[in-house]
Design a protein around this ligand. Structure first.
Ligand code: AMP
Ligand code: TRP
Length: 361
């Protein structure tokens, strides 16, 4: 049996304006990965409806996120770009995973606790099962590499747990059907057993770079988020140049000037965040930025940061507007991507059904 091939999968929810955190923490890194690996990028609309979405807004946002991907440089011809609900195998595999994953695993998820809030009894069942659908997204393609921001680490660990339990519970069937793949081929860190085989790989999270956690412009202890009620807390990919400059000018800082080394950023979350944003946009390290700006006040640093942000982001916003002017073309792109995604996912589902004993011939 041949080894698992490196394959990239990632997703973004169409639940509101994409912001600088999504761009630096996710999309921009995906664009870079395209050069080395086959990639699947998914607009996860089924995840979006785990909390209420106004149907007309949802439709618009699915197209907007797709346009943002395309405008940022995702190549939908060479790779696969699609919306999740168009490939029914995701939901089908998620159901099987719901029967593998344990309730206790889901109850421990911090994102569920945060999103469900105090009124847990009133959260949707889908919100609790969310990580199981995410595991299905990834494992329907047996993807091995998943670039995400820091906040998704726990969900990816759960994806590994589901894959490992499936491989373990059905080990004999996987073997008997000849569907096993050597686990060493994906560098299974926990196992020193060269002969161990499994059907699903143990997915590796790719969480790296200076921008895995971009913070709110108004509060350095909160991550920049689509759901923050204050629009001043984030830079949206659709913001025009004036809006970007204004938001950076109004960003919270402390009264001290910039330190000359990264260790001087300790205990200064807002300063750390702005320096991190500059470093990520400029493709340089924080240390390099501080060598240049150390000792200067924020009143000097902010305008330079604003210019850089406008220079990097406004071409994307312009391109997004151009793409959004032709929604039919966006829909064609998504349909084409879904067709190609399905060709892979349906094979996985057919293997999984035969492993589990769901008659499927
Ligand atoms: P979401 O907005 O939750 O659908 O997230 C889409 C992607 O963007 C995921 O990979 C997240 O980890 C990443 N992401 C979201 N917010 C941030 C942030 N503030 N900083 C860095 N990455 C982020
Ligand atoms: N849960 C992820 C987020 O909110 C989005 C997501 C869904 C995803 N399925 C995925 C990310 C599969 C990576 C792989 O950011």
């Amino acid at each position: 049996m041949t080894a698992f091939k490196p394959l990239v999968f990632s997703g973004v929810q169409p639940t509101g304006n994409l912001h600088l955190g999504n761009y630096l923490g996710a999309i921009r890194r995906w664009v870079a990965l395209q050069a080395d690996h086959p990639c699947l990028f998914c607009v996860v609309d089924l995840h979006a409806i785990t909390v209420w979405q106004e149907p007309a807004d949802l439709e618009r946002q699915i197209r907007e996120v797709t346009a943002a991907f395309l405008a940022s440089g995702i190549d939908a011809k060479k790779h696969i770009l699609f919306n999740q609900s168009r490939v029914p195998e995701h939901a089908e595999l998620a159901w099987i995973f719901n029967c593998i994953a344990r309730l206790g695993w889901m109850n421990r998820m911090t994102q569920f606790k945060d999103k469900a809030g105090k009124d847990r009894e009133n959260a949707s069942l889908g919100l609790l099962a969310y990580p199981s659908l995410m595991a299905a997204d990834i494992l329907a393609y047996r993807a091995t590499l998943v670039p995400v921001g820091e906040d998704q680490k726990q969900h990816l660990e759960l994806t590994r747990d589901i894959a490992a339990k499936f491989n373990h519970d059905f080990a004999d069937r996987i073997h008997d059907k000849g569907l096993g793949v050597p686990m060493t081929s994906i560098g299974d860190r926990e196992s020193d057993d060269d002969t161990a085989q499994g059907y699903f790989p143990l997915t590796e999270p790719l969480i790296e770079g200076p921008a895995t956690r971009i913070m709110s412009l108004k509060d350095g202890s909160k991550k920049m988020s689509k759901s923050d009620p204050s629009d001043l807390s984030r830079i949206n990919l659709t913001d025009d140049a004036d809006t970007i400059s204004k938001k950076i000018r109004k960003a919270k800082t402390d009264p001290a000037s910039l330190p000359s080394e990264p260790k001087g950023l300790a205990g200064r979350p807002e300063a750390d965040n702005l320096v991190g944003i500059y470093a990520a946009l400029a493709d340089r390290t924080k240390a390099e930025i501080l060598t240049e700006f150390g000792g200067r006040p924020f009143s000097e640093f902010k305008p330079v940061l604003a210019d850089l942000a406008v220079e990097k982001l406004s071409p994307i916003a312009d391109e997004m507007r151009r793409i959004l002017a032709d929604p039919a073309e966006i829909d064609r792109t998504l349909r084409d991507g879904a067709e190609r995604a399905r060709a892979i996912a349906s094979q996985t589902l057919s293997d999984v059904k035969s492993i589990v004993g769901l008659l499927n011939n």
